[in-house]
Design a protein around this ligand. Structure first.
Ligand code: ZN
Length: 147
């Protein structure tokens, strides 16, 4: 178990140091800002949504290691997913970081944030980029299932 924890920790530190998709997305058609005043994390999420799918996404911002790594892994995990899939993955990710997930095997790399549930104040850090993403998605005129 502690080996697994080390691996998770390493992945988070790696994404913090070298965040993926950390740029402005030039052809984005959606974007939203997120701010977590508790920790001072700021994030801006860019999306290109076409045909009900997140074709591309990126982020910019500054904040703690958890918020940055979470945004980075999120952008890697959601590229090419349908809006419905994104909603469902977000719900499961939120359960994971709140310690309510029953199983998370199919969440892929997102599982590295499972330890966050032991630090309730960091849950907002881990979900900040996701809330911004959701705000950007809800900009849509297409039918988006929120529940
Ligand atoms: Zn934070």
């Amino acid at each position: 178990m502690s080996d697994l924890r080390d691996l998770y920790q390493e992945t988070i530190l790696d994404h913090n140091k070298r965040p993926r998709n950390f740029k402005k997305l030039e052809n984005a058609n959606r974007s939203a800002d997120g701010y977590n005043p508790l920790c001072g994390d700021k994030v801006k999420v860019y999306l290109r949504v076409e045909d009900g799918r997140v074709q591309d996404l990126s982020f910019e911002g500054s904040g703690c290691a958890i918020s940055k790594a979470s945004a980075s892994v999120m952008t890697e995990s959601l590229k090419g997913k349908s809006v419905e899939e994104v909603e469902s993955i977000f719900k499961r990710f939120r359960d994971l970081v709140m310690g309510k997930a029953e199983e998370a095997d199919d969440l892929g790399k997102l599982v590295v944030f499972s330890g966050v549930c032991e630090f309730p104040t960091r849950v907002k850090c881990a979900t900040l980029a996701w809330h911004a993403l959701q705000a950007a998605l809800q900009d849509t005129k297409e039918a988006v299932s929120t529940e």
